[in-house]
Structures are given as C-alpha cells and as structure tokens.
Design a protein around this ligand. Sequence first.
Ligand SMILES: [Cu+2]
Length: 285
Amino acid sequence: MSAGVRVAAFAALLAVVFAVSALAGQAIDPGTGPAEDHAAGTQHAAGGAHAQDHEAVAPAGLSDEQDGLLLLDATSQLAAGRRGRFAYRIADDRGRTVRAFDTEQARRMHLIVVRRDLTEFQHVHPTQTAAGGWAVDLRLPVAGVYRVYADFSTGGARRTLSSSLIAPGDFSRRPLPAPAATARTDGYDVTLREHRGGALGFTVRRDGAPVAGLQPYLGARGHLVALRARDLAYEHVHPSEGIAADNEIGFEGAGSAPGSYRLFLQFRHGDRVHTAAFTRTIATP
Ligand SMILES: [Cu+2]
C-alpha cells in the first residue's frame, strides 16, 4: 500500500468511526423515529468499522460469522481424490443471500482451502450462481479435515468467513515442518528474509539466480496467506512497496502475534502460479 493510499484508507476509517458515533447518538435519542431502523443502521456501520480494525489487529477467519454476515449452506463433505462441487452462500443476519460483492484483487470471491495440519493449500475462485451463491469444483487430493475460507469484500469492507470440510478416509496428522529460510517449488528456490520491524521479504531464484520478471498475479506481485497453526487464524496480505530489496517481494503485517505459522507465498512466473510454503515461529516476548 502506498503512503497515499494508506492515508486515504485511514481517512475513510475515520469517516466510518464518525458516522458510527453519529448513528449511535441517534439510536439512543428517543426522539428520532423508529428505533429499530437506527439500531440496524448502527450495527451495520459499526460492522464496517470493526472489519477495518480487525484487519490490523484481531485474527480473521476463525468463524462462519463476521459483522452480521454468515457463511451458510456450505458443502460439508467431499470425496478425496475426485472433483466435487463445493457450494455455499453469504447471507445477512436475516438469512438473505448477499449478492453484491466488490472486486478485490481482480476477483469478487477468493476461496482458500487448507488441511487442518496445513499440509494442503489451494486458492481458487468460485463463480456466482444464478441464486447468488457461490460454487467451485474442488479436488481434495487426500483424506482429512479441511478448513475453507471465503475471502471477499462487500460495501468496501473485507471479510473472511470460514467453515470446515471433511474428506472421509484414513489420515494421520503430519507435524508442522521446522522453520526454514528456503522452500523449493516447481524448480524455484524461494528464500524468506525477515526485515527489521517484522516485514518479510521473499526472493525467488532459479539455478541460483534471482528471477527478475515475476508476472502480476491477481493484481499483485505476490500473495501471502499466513495461517496460525494452533487455531488456523487467517491473514492474507499483499506486497508493500519500499520495504523490499531488488528482486524481493516484501510484505508487512503477516503473523505479528506469537505462535507458529505456515506461510503460503503465491507468485506467477512462466505463465503459471507457484506456491511456496514456509514455517515461521514468532516467539512469545
Ligand atoms: Cu484469490
């Protein structure tokens, strides 16, 4: 995020906070018409402010509900190793299907799927059905318990709702790999470097030389999803300018609370999307 965008975002947040204060004032004023309307308005606006707060501090993706929006009617089981249809809808607090979504990172809906032990990762883009819900063909490669995150934005507020999904069969939990500075994927070696202040820089190399011509993927040079091992708290961040060295993809704010994380970096090169996974542990101070 550039400094200009950052300032604009902060200004927008302030505007929301003021709007909430104003609405809250009206809601408790007995002389201002139907209380129910005001209460609903307050809740809605407060939700917006909350979402912005959460993005900076509280973990996301731990619930099927956020700010009065719900993930409903999600497919709860798929056979392992076969393509199956995963469907769900986003609803408001009265159960009505939400149909209007903002385009965020070139798509209106992002769906992240991980196995509970963080050994499997997918990032797909469901399509909206005529009824307003979402559906995508998914193939869970192996049996296990999975967690699914619907990552989207409505009315300018980004939210992440999650649900669990089971692929029946025998499986055993694999331990989180030990932290390592380098991960190999599709013939690329990706190195993770921690900058001062907790920013992360990734360098993609092939045959020892940094890969310079990374292609934009969904409107960014890279995408980073950080999942906390103990509770699967979710963060999805995009590159920040000015913190990375040459040929480095830099991110700020991924996994700032103590714990062990699995980081999934996605980048595009050679017209293909590649995913590199890292374990990162942040010590308790
Ligand atoms: Cu996406």
